[in-house]
Structure formats: C-alpha cells, structure tokens
Design a protein around this ligand. Structure first.
Ligand SMILES: Cc1cc2nc3c(=O)[nH]c(=O)nc-3n(C[C@H](O)[C@H](O)[C@H](O)COP(=O)(O)OP(=O)(O)OC[C@H]3O[C@@H](n4cnc5c(N)ncnc54)[C@H](O)[C@@H]3O)c2cc1C
Length: 555
C-alpha cells in the first residue's frame, strides 16, 4: 500500500484525510454498496465529481490534476474518503480520482450523502471539515482549471478575482504588468490587449473580459438547478440575511432556492474582519463567515444560483415568480427579500473612471495587496469605514480617514474609535470631503476640502476606500411592495392602514413581523426599513422570517 500521508498538504492530514472508524464506515455503507476498485479505475472525473462519494476500505486512491493524467495532488488512504465542497453543491469538481492499486470502496450517491450529513451529526462534522479544508488547500495551491490574465490596474481584473475568491474557486493569475512573456500566451489564443482581462476557463474556452454570469456558466456553478418547479421559498440575495433564511428554511424541510446577483456573502463578504459577531471572540473575516454559511445552507439542501440577478417580482397572482435577467420566471409560494444595500457613490464626475482602478468599495486582502506601503484614503465615519482604516493601517504607510461630520462618536463603535485614536498610522480629518480625483488609467491624485476653513489640499494618493452610507437594493421590486421615503421595504407594524389600503392587502389578518405589504413576501436585513445594519440583525431576521414562512404555507 502507498504511503497514506497525503503529499504536500499543509493543513493537518488527520483533519483533511481523517480515517473513519469501523462503526462510521458501517453507517455510510448502509446507504450505498461495497464494491471492488481495480487498479487504474477512474472513480471520479472532474465533470461528475458531485455525483458519487467513496470511502476506501482497502487500498488507496490517487487524486490527480485534471490537466494531467499523472500529477498527483494527494492520496486518499484506507479508511478515508473522497469529496470536497463541490460534492455538497453538486457542481463540477476540480480533480480526477483513480484507484492506485486493487482495492475496495463503499460507493454512495450524492443524494444519499446529503441525507446522511443531515441526519448524522458526527459524520457531518468530519466530512464537512475535510471538504472545506481540501477546497482551501486547492485554492492555496492554485489547483484548478482557470487562468486569469489581467492587470492590477483594471476594474475587470479586480472584479473577476473577487468573484472567483468569493466563490471559493481556485485560479492561477498572470499579471500583465509583471510578466513579460505573457504576450506569447495571448498571441497563442489570439487575444488583443484591448480584450483584457482574459479568463481561460477549464483549459478550453477563452473568455474576453467576461461578466460574472459568463464565468458562472463556464464553470458550471448553476448546472442542474431546476428553475421551473414551484419552490416553497425563494430567497433573493445571499448576504448574511439570505443565507440565514436558507439555512433555517432548508434545515426545516422547505424546498429552498436562493438567487444571488454576485457571490455569497453580500456586504459582510467585503469586510476584512468582523469582531462583534457573537461566538467569534478573535473575529472572523466576512468571507470566511459567508463561506461557512454557504456550505451550511448547501448541506441542508438549499440550492443557490450564483451571478443570477432578480430583475423583477411578478406579484399579480400566486404563486409569485421572480423574473431573472434572461426573462425566465422562477415560481415560489413564499419569497424572502434579502437584497441588502450598497454604498452611496461619491458625488464626483469622473468617479466611474477610477472604480477598481484606485476607488474601492471593500477592504479585504485583495485590495490591501494593491496599495501596501502607500498612503491611502478611507471615506466614511461608520463601522465599516473604521474597520477598513484599522485593517489597512497594518500594511499602508499612512491612512487618511475623511469624515464629513465633526467626529466619530455618533456613528462608530467605541472599540474601533479607540483603535483609530491609538494608531500612529491613521490620520483623522473631520468636516472633510473629497473634491477631485485625477489620473490617467489609474487614480494618481486626490483633492479634499476642509469644510470649516475652506482649505483644499491635494495629495499624490492612488487608493480611496469609499464607505459612506448605504442605499437599499429595492428598485427591482416594480412597486410590488410598499417602500419608505428612502426606498427601504416596510414590514409588519411599520405598515400603516394607508399603506395596506394602497397595496390592496387582501387578508383579514395584519401582516406578520417582517412581512411586506404583499402577503407571503418577507423582507429581512439591510434592505428592510428600521433594520439595524449589523450582521447579527441580518442573520436574526433571516431566521425569524422562516418561522412566518411556515405559518403562511400552512394558511
Ligand atoms: C466593509 C463592511 C464591514 C462591515 N463590518 C461589520 C461588522 O464588523 N459587524 C457587523 O455587525 N456588521 C458589519 N457590516 C454590516 C453588515 O455587513 C451588513 O449589515 C450585512 O451584510 C447585511 O446583510 P444583508 O444580507 O441584509 O445584506 P447584504 O450583505 O447587502 O447582502 C445582500 C445580497 O443581495 C444580493 N443582491 C442585491 N440585489 C440583488 C438582486 N436584484 N438579485 C439577486 N441578488 C441581489 C447582493 O449581491 C448581496 O450579496 C459591515 C459592512 C461592510 C460593507
């Protein structure tokens, strides 16, 4: 038998390739069949990785890169099992798995695996931890079937990097600004410099500046998800509120579909570290939190459509339907709207020219890498701006924090204010606003005005992190539900008699907590009027809404 230690993996092997006890193996075997695996048999191809799951009872399996027939990524030893995150989601996998010697395996289908992890919490812990660690390791080692060729000064490159990273998809990156030989590669694929960034997808398709939906299609993110049958619950938005509703809905037996226009995580996914969410005393990155929640929702059977925009709600008859970007209508008995909010844009004429090329709306490791050792600006006085300033101060030479009001105390948590005051790298400028952005392809200079003195200063700064107040993502709702003056969705007791009369509320009962002016349609998280803009409130509301979804389904 081969050395059971997986090759090259950095995370502890016993977590990534744990050995199941005889009793645990027997519980899995009860859902499948034991069979021989002759040496050299390919048990899993990347294209069908989500369909089958194997436990090795004799011999070992080799995990190979899909691009080569022989390069070994790791070994599954006797007693351990196959699978990674794509096994739960049912998406295409990233590796090929082959029997390394004559052996024996327990084989079970993905559906049976899903029921097993829902019912058996001991196995669920072992399997899901291993799946996540394996995916992280594939990402760390860039083992995948995607190559991105771009420039760190381009909005498209940053967007695609964010999209792949937030979907936990491994990729290799070639930076045109650093790699002189890349022209050969571009010539080989007949790509003009104007068509960048380029994504070489699954070693075959060459996508020129693709949008997120094209990438999702090429990588098969949404394959096999039925959009025609009537769901118990459709959730629009996969931020913390939507993911919480998905976890509770699916775990309580509802047929749940989530539509997400970008990637799971929402605003929280753009946070470097959330320190005030219960249960994480040392903080957790927004992306990590979102990744765990996303896996958890899938574990319970919720399906998530990625890069799929809800364009409208058909509300004239039931079942309602969500209209998607290709004109498709996805029907549902109940709907939870969790589309959140996005930052207000700075009122500067040439802002769009610099978005992604010096102006950023998130402060994660991706953006921090672009401005390490330099001076940067953070605009805004809320918690997200404070968090960004503290995070960037670890790598930037100096962080100017520009706030329009006269101080931070009203808008920011005390622990962040203290860190900002204590940081020698952060310079706080109150009563201050940006007046101009300058540069050719990338931001090079920024001017700001002190509104008390009227003085204007200009600095050679190439990175602005814009984190000002949020506007709700509610415009897609075609006036189906009542909104407040700022566009936030009104729910429950906030709906006045006049609101309900105007909406022709048809029922004898009043709207439930979190229910909108349209029966069976709920709103949760940042998009809801009166919501406290926190991860915890979003998660709380997402879970509470599901309790009322059950009531409505039983009416
Ligand atoms: C940088 C930053 C740091 C933060 N730090 C903290 C913190 O430390 N602690 C804390 O408690 N809170 C923090 N917050 C606030 C917290 O992240 C939000 O309150 C929370 O994310 C709101 O969750 P949500 O699900 O309601 O909305 P969002 O997070 O906004 O998610 C909404 C989702 O809906 C999707 N969507 C929008 N429109 C559509 C559509 N038409 N179709 C399909 N999908 C759509 C979006 O792409 C998005 O993924 C921070 C926010 C930011 C931006």
């Amino acid at each position: 038998m081969a050395d059971p230690t997986p090759t090259n993996f950095e995370a502890p092997a016993d977590h990534m390739f744990p050995i199941l006890t005889a009793a645990q193996q027997a519980r899995i075997a009860a859902h499948g069949r034991v069979r021989q695996a002759p040496a050299g048999e390919t048990l899993v191809e990347a294209d069908d990785q989500g369909k089958k799951f194997f436990v090795v009872t004799k011999g070992h399996l080799n995990i190979l890169r899909t691009s080569g027939d022989t390069e070994e990524v790791a070994v599954v030893p006797t007693g351990s099992f196959t699978g990674e995150v794509s096994t739960l989601s049912g998406r295409r996998g990233l590796v090929r798995i082959r029997a390394g010697e004559p052996g024996e395996v327990i084989e079970i289908d993905r559906e049976q695996l899903l029921s097993l992890v829902q019912a058996d919490s001991e196995l669920s812990d072992i399997l899901i931890r291993a799946f996540i660690l394996r995916r992280l390791e594939l990402i760390a080692r860039g083992i995948g079937d995607v190559v991105l060729i771009g420039s760190s000064h381009s909005l498209g490159t940053l967007r695609i990097k964010e999209f792949l990273t937030r979907n936990y998809y491994p990729y290799s990156y070639i930076d045109l600004d650093r790699d002189a030989d890349v022209q050969d590669l571009l010539d080989r694929f007949q790509v003009a410099i104007t068509e960048l960034p380029v994504l070489i997808c699954r070693g075959k398709s060459v996508l020129r500046n693709p949008d997120n939906q094209e990438i999702a299609d090429c990588l098969g993110f949404n394959e096999g998800i039925d959009r025609t049958h009537v769901r118990d619950l459709i959730i629009v938005g996969a931020g913390p509120a939507g993911l919480a509703a998905a976890v509770y809905g699916a775990s309580e037996g509802l047929d749940v579909l989530v539509l997400e226009s970008n990637s799971p995580g929402g605003q929280a996914g753009s946070s470097s570290k959330i320190e005030n969410y219960l249960g994480f005393p040392t903080g957790i990155s927004g992306q990590d939190l979102a990744g765990r929640a996303y896996t958890q929702a899938q574990k319970f059977g919720a399906q998530v459509l990625i890069a799929k925009d809800a364009k409208g709600l058909s509300c004239d008859r039931r079942p309602y339907a969500i209209e998607t970007d290709n004109g498709q209508r996805v029907p549902a008995r109940t709907v939870v709207i969790a589309t959140g909010a996005q930052y207000r844009k700075l009122p500067l004429e040439n802002l769009s020219h610099f978005e992604g090329a010096g102006v950023y709306y998130g402060a994660t490791h991706l953006e921090a890498q672009l401005c390490g050792g330099e001076e940067v600006i953070v605009v805004g006085g809320g918690n997200s701006a404070g968090q960004a300033a503290v995070f960037l101060a670890q790598t930037a030479r100096r962080v100017f924090m520009l706030v329009r009001s006269s101080g931070l105390t009203e808008s920011m948590s005390r622990y962040l204010i203290r860190r900002i005051e204590d940081s020698p790298t952060i310079v706080l400028r109150t009563n201050t606003e940006i007046t101009a952005l300058e540069g050719i392809n990338h931001l090079e200079r920024v001017s700001w005005r002190d509104n008390r003195s009227g003085t204007i200063e200009t600095h050679n700064i190439g990175s602005v992190f814009s984190m000002t107040g949020a506007v709700p993502n509610s415009s897609w709702l075609n006036e189906c539900v009542a909104l407040d003056a700022q566009g936030f969705i009104k729910t429950g007791s906030d709906l006045s008699r006049e609101d309900l009369a105007a909406a022709h509320w048809p029922l004898a009962r009043a709207p439930y907590l979190l229910e909108t002016s349209l029966p069976a349609v709920f709103a949760v998280g940042d998009v809801r009027g009166g919501n406290i803009k926190r991860v915890a409130s979003a998660v709380g509301e997402g879970s509470i809404a599901v309790a009322f979804v059950h009531q409505v389904l039983n009416e």
